[in-house]
Structures are given as structure tokens and as C-alpha cells.
Design a protein around this ligand. Structure first.
Ligand code: NAD
Length: 338
């Protein structure tokens, strides 16, 4: 049978993107809902054909342990709550698919990995780009040396946040979101620079900007710009903002050519141009829409067959350590050796 998954947190991404994707999944089914809002949960349960005894609240979460219909939970809560609810899920004996960012500090990530090992249950971070045809093609092109030797990478992940405060939008709240757009949107650029280069950076410099007197940025930064230097000399410039005109773009420059993706890491609509010498071609490796169900099925396969996870907790921990290094570099004004 399919792997039964309880969705923890019925917010925008869960409702609009991931829950509809279960229809295209071969190996997963929605087997439970965890929500603080009983009415909303009842409506969603109705839409997905779930019974009322499949609805849990955060207070009744521990009873998941006795529900054999539920093999795993999908944590899609504000990022500052990922660690706590992942640990509770492992305590209930469930496998965990956790949204990105894994958590807000390396020590939280370490606790989550330890809990997974202690419970002997799988932990996967929902890095959907690893299941998206354009980004998979990008990884393949880089492995093949399609643009020669890698020289520079530039990533932009930015949009303008509407008027809100840390009290009304969790993404502006330090306890729930961390230091700013880097953990949330900028993470796509950080991730991409690692799977493009196939390397860990050896040095990081960065700056973080927080405008004065803007109600949105009382607790978090508005922009982060960082530079990663890789062994062999390639460099990545990562730019992310919650207060700039929208852009989701990857530019990769090699000794023999370049690749431009815009958008690069979105839910859909990806474009990809590969240029070499005088020539330039538009690539269309597949439908980005498959990334959502693809990630679910990869998780389910790991739970069922014990196959390795492409995006395990260790990769979330690695990224959390790099984010910490970026903030350290910005705070000290000095580059940080990795
Ligand atoms: P959202 O605000 O739409 O949803 C969050 C949900 O958590 C809401 O239903 C809210 O009621 C609930 N919640 C429970 N406890 C809460 C608390 N103490 N404070 C605030 N809300 C609480 O957010 P979202 O955009 O759906 O993001 C949820 C998670 O999914 C985040 O970790 C985010 O990084 C991740 N996400 C991933 C992607 C992706 O492409 N992989 C896209 C969007 C969001």
C-alpha cells in the first residue's frame, strides 16, 4: 500500500502546492491532518476525503503514535517550529519529511538528526529542486563540463514583502524565521551554488542590510549578499531580499560558456539558456510540476525500501552551518574560512 502521511500545518504552501500533488504521487496518500484550526481542518479533510478521526490538533499530536494509518509526517510549519515538531514526530515513531529550511540553527539540526537515529526513522528535507527537471539538467550539464570550467555563479532570490510586522507575518519574525530572507528564499541560491559547483566553499564573506524605521524589518534583515569562494577559485555571489523587485534567477559562467535560468528555482515556468561560443540554445528538459510528487515518492521509496535519501538531514545541517557562517562573516566584516 501507499505510505500514509499526516500533513502538519495547513498553510499556504501545504494547501496550494503539496497537498494537490498527492494526486500525482504513486506511493503516498494523505492519512491525517494536524492543525490548530478545527474548522479549517474539517474543510480540508472534506476536500481530501478524510474522516474526522484523521484530524489532529497540536495538543493531540502524541496520539499519532497509535494511528497505524499514519507512517510519516510532513512538517510544513513556520521554520522556527520545524525542530520541535520533528522531534515530537520521531517520538511518536513516525518518519519525517520536513520543509526547508530544516531549522534555524545547526544545533537544532543536530538534535533532529539524533532523534531520527534514535527512533530508527527516516528524515528527509523537502529540497524540491533535486526533483525538478531543469535543476536536474543543470546538475548534469555541470557534471559533463558543458560550459568548461566553472568560474562564477550569480543567484538572485528576491521579492518585495507587503506591509506587515513580525506579529502579523511569521517570515518577518526572528523566532519563527531566523535572520531574514536567507534562510527562506536565499537558501535556494545557496543550495544551487553547491549543486552547481559540486563543492563546499572554502571561504565566505557577506553583508546583511536592515533598513531603519521600516515596520517589516524590526527583527530581521531585508537583504543579504554573500560571496562564496570554492576550491579551484570559482566564486558564487548570492543575493536575496524581501524588499526588492521580484527575481528568481541563476547565472552560471564557465570558461567556455554560460547557463542562465529565469526563473531558476520556482514552482514552475522555468527557462534555461545554454550558450557556447556563438551558439545559444533554449533547453526544455521537462515539466517543473513533477517536482512536488517526485519528492513525495522519493521519500516514500526510502521509507518502504530503505533506499538512500538524496536530501537527508545532513544536507540541511550542512546548509544551516553555511548560513551561520554567512551571518558570522557579515557580523564581523571578515571572511570566514570553512
Ligand atoms: P504559511 O504561513 O502559509 O503557513 C504556516 C502554517 O503554520 C499556517 O497554517 C499557520 O496557521 C501554522 N502555524 C502553526 N503554528 C504557528 C505559529 N506558532 N505561528 C505561525 N503559524 C503557525 O507559511 P508557508 O509559506 O506555507 O510556509 C510553511 C513552511 O513551508 C516554511 O518552513 C517554509 O519555508 C516552507 N515552504 C517551502 C516552500 C518550498 O517551495 N519548498 C514554499 C513555501 C514554503
Amino acid at each position: 500500500g501507499r505510505i500514509g502521511i499526516a500533513v502538519v500545518g495547513l498553510g499556504r504552501y501545504a494547501l496550494a502546492r503539496m497537498m494537490p500533488a498527492f494526486a500525482e504521487s504513486r506511493l503516498c496518500r494523505i492519512a491525517g491532518l494536524v492543525s490548530g484550526n478545527r474548522q479549517k481542518a474539517a474543510r480540508v479533510a472534506d476536500a481530501y476525503g478524510l474522516k474526522s478521526d484523521q484530524i489532529y490538533s497540536y495538543d493531540s499530536f502524541d496520539r499519532l503514535a497509535e494511528d497505524d494509518r499514519i507512517d510519516a509526517v510532513y512538517i510544513v510549519l513556520p521554520s522556527g517550529l520545524h525542530a520541535e515538531w520533528t522531534e515530537k514526530a520521531f517520538a511518536a515513531g513516525k518518519h519525517v519529511l520536513c520543509e526547508k529550511p530544516m531549522a534555524l540553527s545547526p544545533s537544532e539540526c543536530e538534535r533532529m538528526i539524533a532523534a531520527s537515529k534514535a527512533a530508527d526513522r527516516k528524515l528527509m528535507i523537502a529540497y524540491r529542486c533535486h526533483f525538478e527537471p531543469y535543476n536536474l539538467k543543470l546538475m548534469e550539464l555541470m557534471r559533463e563540463g558543458a560550459i568548461g570550467e566553472l568560474r562564477t555563479i550569480r543567484t538572485n532570490h528576491q521579492y518585495k514583502a507587503g506591509m506587515a510586522t513580525p506579529q502579523t507575518n511569521w517570515r518577518l519574525n526572528r523566532r519563527l524565521a531566523g535572520g531574514g530572507p536567507l534562510e527562506d528564499y536565499g537558501l535556494y541560491g545557496l543550495q544551487a551554488s553547491l549543486y552547481i559547483s559540486g563543492q563546499m566553499p572554502e571561504r565566505i564573506s557577506a553583508s546583511v542590510m536592515r533598513p531603519e524605521g521600516d515596520a517589516r524589518f524590526q527583527e530581521i534583515a531585508a537583504h543579504t549578499a554573500s560571496q562564496l569562494t570554492f576550491p579551484g577559485g570559482a566564486a558564487a555571489q548570492l543575493s536575496t531580499s524581501y524588499d526588492a523587485a521580484g527575481l528568481n534567477r541563476l547565472d552560471i559562467f564557465g570558461s567556455e560558456g554560460r547557463i542562465v535560468m529565469e526563473p531558476g528555482t520556482s514552482y514552475g515556468g522555468q527557462t534555461m539558456t545554454l550558450s557556447r561560443g556563438q551558439g545559444s540554445e533554449t533547453l526544455t528538459p521537462g515539466d517543473p510540476q513533477v517536482q512536488f510528487a517526485g519528492q513525495l515518492d522519493h521519500f516514500a521509496e526510502a521509507v518502504r525500501e530503505g533506499t538512500p535519501i538524496k536530501t537527508p538531514g545532513e544536507i540541511g545541517l550542512r546548509d544551516s552551518r553555511l548560513i551561520e557562517a554567512i551571518y558570522r562573516a557579515a557580523a564581523t566584516g571578515r571572511s570566514v574560512e570553512i
